[in-house]
Design a protein around this ligand. Structure first.
Ligand code: ADP
Length: 189
């Protein structure tokens, strides 16, 4: 049980939970949004390619994102498992991840789906905007990211449900409570 995805709308708490769960399981948490933000702050070529899409709340083009994930999953520390946060985010990326894992002779063990109501999500993201000043956390961009999630990302849940991989976990509660639910969904508590 150590090749995992965490999927959920912006603001559901994926990043926070991914870091905790991954630490608990001794596997790397791989956040595509986190990798993009690091590259933007370091002003790399990848950062320059991604920035305008991220600031507008749109998906970075698949070609760029897929290449980045393929590289990352090929690294040594991901050989024994990983928790992918923020990828795949549309059906084309699901197919690409299938191909990458097949080449590596690996397969997914579980897809964690973190749920929360829209109003709660917007409130949390506006709170984070005030604290951290992420450039894509303005109200207009937040609402657009929720739309993109509904239109492009939510449909992939059905694909993983057909494979019997999805564990649905309520994202409402303290960080600790949600972490415990997630670990329970992985049979770890
Ligand atoms: P959130 O889930 O709160 O929107 P993320 O850190 O997961 O935050 O993503 C931030 C932004 O990074 C997204 O709005 C998108 O522009 C970009 N991004 C992250 N992952 C992907 C992906 N798999 N495909 C395309 N773009 C992505």
């Amino acid at each position: 049980m150590n090749r995992l995805l965490i999927i959920g709308p912006p603001g559901a708490g994926k990043g926070t939970q991914a870091a905790r769960i991954a630490e608990e399981l001794g596997i790397p948490a791989i956040s595509t949004g986190g990798i993009f933000r690091k590259n933007i702050s370091e002003q790399t070529e990848l950062g320059r390619e991604a920035k305008s899409y991220i600031d507008a709340g749109n998906l970075v083009p698949d070609e760029v994102t897929n290449r980045m994930v393929r590289d990352r999953l090929g690294q040594d520390d991901a050989r024994g498992g990983f928790l992918l946060d923020g990828y795949p985010r549309n059906t084309a990326q699901v197919q690409e991840l299938d191909a990458i894992l097949e080449e590596l002779g690996q397969s997914l063990d579980r897809v964690l789906l973190l749920t929360a109501e829209d109003d709660e999500l917007v409130q949390r993201l506006l709170g984070r905007a005030a604290e951290q000043g992420r450039s894509d956390d303005t109200e207009e961009v937040i609402r657009h990211r929720l739309e993109v999630y509904r239109a492009e990302t939510a449909p992939i849940i059905g694909l993983y449900e057909q494979r019997g991989l999805v564990a649905r976990v309520d994202g409402l509660g303290t960080v600790q409570e949600v972490a415990e639910r997630l670990l329970a969904a992985l049979g770890r508590s």
